[in-house]
Write a protein that binds this ligand. Structure first.
Ligand code: NAD
Length: 411
């Protein structure tokens, strides 16, 4: 099922709950603007390869569009549209003054040299820069893009428009990035897990956690869960496989190992497992933090052995799997609540750039905690009130806010 289809099926349930008018449903489900570009890149051996890139702005009623850029072989129109739509709900749910967008290039960056990656990024930025800007649409990192890629985007955009640090977030600190941005998504996931643990009596301290993905989100989350929540991370994985130790993995050691570009499955103090075996490990908290569509009816929804699923990745659970988990009494903390820490600190980065004033790391963490726990409490209370899942409650809050902005602007 495509990302676009996943988002659409979840939308209807919440739109019914808040009795949204038919015309407003149309406005909120259709994207504002879609850009598709061809991106010719000169390779190191002199050949020219042509890649396809997308920037989709789903909704900008509440502020400039905001969303990451991913480089992945599966990044296509429908995936990028689904992710852009989630960004609209995420910024609305956090109540930060942005809309939603997403970008992607269909490419496997593992096959590119660093220079080829830079040329790809610069050419893609040139082709979409007409729809970007600090008050129009602000990119950030996502799967397979990082602070260095954001630095190239900043340089390319600024070469046309003058130095504009607020044109992109997730930048290196020395180019106007925010302290705490790199870990922000993982930190936000941890804050939400802490709140949920307290409210629903599911322990986090000493509790076994399984994390799929050990990139930006998964690795920071693992580190913080062990260091600040006292959790026991028993298994993690990357694209090549996973590693399991029921006594808890040595996360600081594993981080050093992964920083040397070694697969987590090659870490010596644990049992190497396949990516499929990861889903069979009994745990308190199961955290998909890699790609979308990984929890499905066919693969694992009936057999997962966990108390809670925390969606750190975007769209990891298909709608059918979501229903199966609900039937089995396994709650799901939805992506656009759980992983909203990244865009929230991106908002702080953008605000710092516009004000030309830097916050301390403590201030960033404090504000992030306040914003994400407030959003969490709103979702928890509405879910209880209406007797619905966290996902439907989160959608209902977000849809209401975007619909109100659209109406006030005359639609
Ligand atoms: P990343 O590229 O830094 O890391 C992705 C990780 O997933 C890597 O460890 C990779 O090896 C692993 N992976 C890829 N395919 C896999 C597979 N088939 N099985 C197991 N592991 C696999 O990406 P990221 O920035 O950490 O993003 C992860 C997820 O979180 C994505 O869904 C992204 O949209 C979402 N997200 C990211 C941010 C952010 O700030 N980076 C914010 C919100 C949501």
């Amino acid at each position: 099922m495509s990302g676009k289809a996943i988002v659409a099926s979840q939308f209807d349930r919440a739109a019914d709950l808040i009795k949204l008018d038919a015309y407003m449903r149309r406005i909120l489900i259709t994207p504002f603007r879609e850009v598709q570009v061809e991106v010719p890149v000169r390779m190191d051996d002199g050949r020219i390869e042509v890649y396809t890139g997308y920037r989709i702005q789903h909704n900008g009623a509440r502020g400039p569009c905001k969303g990451g850029i991913r480089y992945h072989p599966d990044a296509d129109h429908d995936e990028v549209l689904g992710l852009a739509t989630i960004m609209t709900w995420k910024t609305a749910l956090m109540d930060i003054p942005f809309g939603g967008s997403k970008g992607g290039v269909t490419v496997d960056p593992r096959n590119l040299s660093t220079l080829e990656l830079e040329r790809l990024t610069r050419r893609f930025t040139q082709r979409i820069s007409i729809v970007l800007g600090p008050y129009r649409d602000v990119p950030a990192p996502d799967v397979n893009t990082n602070a260095q890629v954001m630095a190239w985007i900043l340089d390319e955009y600024s070469s046309r428009h003058g130095y504009t640090p607020a044109a992109v977030t997730g930048k290196p600190i020395s180019l106007g990035g925010s302290l705490g941005r790199e870990e922000a998504t993982g930190r936000g996931v941890m804050y939400v897990m802490m709140e949920y643990a307290r409210d629903f009596g599911i322990p986090l301290k000493g509790s076994p956690v399984v994390i799929q993905g050990f990139g930006n989100v998964g690795s920071h989350l693992a580190r913080l869960l062990v260091a600040e929540a006292g959790a026991k991370v028993v298994a993690v994985s990357d694209v090549d496989g996973g590693i399991y130790n029921d006594q808890g993995l040595d996360i600081p050691g594993l981080l050093q190992h992964a920083a040397a570009r070694k697969p987590v499955s090659a870490w010596p103090s644990g049992k190497a497992i396949t990516n499929e075996e990861l889903w069979t490990i009994p745990c308190g908290w199961l955290v998909p933090a890699a790609l979308g569509g990984v929890i499905t009816k066919e693969a694992n929804a009936r057999t997962l052995d966990c108390k809670v699923v925390v969606e750190a990745a975007n769209e990891p659970t298909t709608p059918t799997a979501d229903l199966i988990l609900a039937d089995r009494g396994i709650p799901v903390i939805p992506d656009f609540l759980a992983n909203a820490g990244g865009v929230t600190v991106s908002y702080y980065e953008w605000a710092q750039n516009l004000q030309q004033y830097r916050w301390t790391h403590e201030q960033v963490n404090r504000e992030l905690h306040a914003t994400i726990t407030k959003a969490y409490a709103g979702v928890r209370d509405l879910a209880k009130d209406k007797g619905t899942t966290f996902r439907t409650a989160a959608y209902a809050i977000a849809l209401q806010r975007v619909a109100e902005a659209e109406r006030l602007r005359g639609n």
